[in-house]
Write a protein that binds this ligand. Structure first.
Ligand code: ADP
Length: 262
């Protein structure tokens, strides 16, 4: 959209002169729209679990003589929704810290292979044996950065690969060096993503397939977090995907500024 918003004011200046003031408000308007959309999205994301919680508590209140067994299902549903709200709040806090705070540990050497071991274990448990999770890790390759931030970025990429890939699918993780760059590639044999969605995936709450994404239990903030963490490490996210075949998300860490290979 190339439309611009200009504010033009003509005022008297001194006795004979006039002052013409032109202000470009385009950027201010764009930020305002983004802020409004963001608040609208958060409201929607919080309202959905609250509606379920209200429904369940009404169901319990209306029970004549509730026994332990009849309370199991509403209690489980309530727990799921409370988890969902907690995850959303955690992700919002992390995202806001990433946007506003300077990185405190950016120049510490991070043992990425050890971080990946943990993240892979987490992915195994999320998968519950429904996928084949394989990895190839250069155990000598480390980078400088913030371990907690990198852990949450990698964990989001793996959680997505597991969540969006169906039963018996393959999730493949590779940590390697190529052309002086350190790369983490997370590939899956999931549904893939249509090309027109790809440039927008790292926007907050953007979902390529809202039905499938809702079932994934994600907050809609995972890739926004990944993008912020990577840009704080001067790294980039590459997304390659073919519908019906799968997707590969690659974090590419360059040499140089604020970062160096060990
Ligand atoms: P969500 O919580 O919805 O997963 P993300 O920011 O992590 O939020 O991802 C944004 C969207 O990108 C998802 O809703 C989904 O449509 C798409 N996506 C992310 N990872 C994958 C993947 N591995 N395979 C297919 N689609 C994916």
């Amino acid at each position: 959209n190339s439309r611009r918003t200009l504010e033009i004011r003509l005022g008297a200046y001194g006795s004979a002169q006039h002052l013409l003031l032109v202000r470009d408000l385009t950027q201010i308007h764009r930020l305002e729209t983004m802020r409004r959309d963001f608040v609208g999205n958060i409201t929607h994301e919080l309202r959905t679990p609250l509606t379920v919680l209200r429904g369940m508590s009404e169901e319990i209140a209306s029970m004549e003589s509730p026994d332990a067994e009849s309370l199991v299902r509403p209690a489980q549903l309530m727990e799921q929704q409370i988890d969902r709200m907690s995850r959303l709040i955690e992700d919002l806090l992390l995202l806001s810290r990433l946007e506003t705070e300077a990185s405190s540990k950016a120049s510490t050497a991070v043992d990425i292979p050890a971080v990946l071991d943990d993240v892979l274990k987490e992915a195994e448990s999320l998968s519950g044996g429904r996928h084949r999770i394989q990895s190839q890790i250069d155990r000598e390759l480390m980078i400088r950065g913030d371990e907690d931030e990198l852990r949450s970025a990698f964990s989001n990429l793996l959680a997505n690969a597991v969540s969006y890939t169906g039963e018996n699918g393959i999730v493949d993780v590779q940590w390697f060096q190529a052309g002086g760059k350190a790369c983490l590639a997370v590939a899956d044999t999931g549904p893939g993503i249509a090309p027109h969605h790809i440039p927008r995936l790292t926007e907050r709450f953007y979902r390529a397939d809202s039905g499938r994404s809702a079932k994934s239990g994600g907050t809609g903030l995972g890739l926004a977090i990944v993008k912020h963490v990577l840009s704080r490490h001067d790294a980039e996210l590459e997304i390659n995907s073919t519908v019906g075949e799968g997707s590969t998300f690659t974090a590419v860490f360059p040499h140089g500024h604020g970062y160096e290979l060990q």
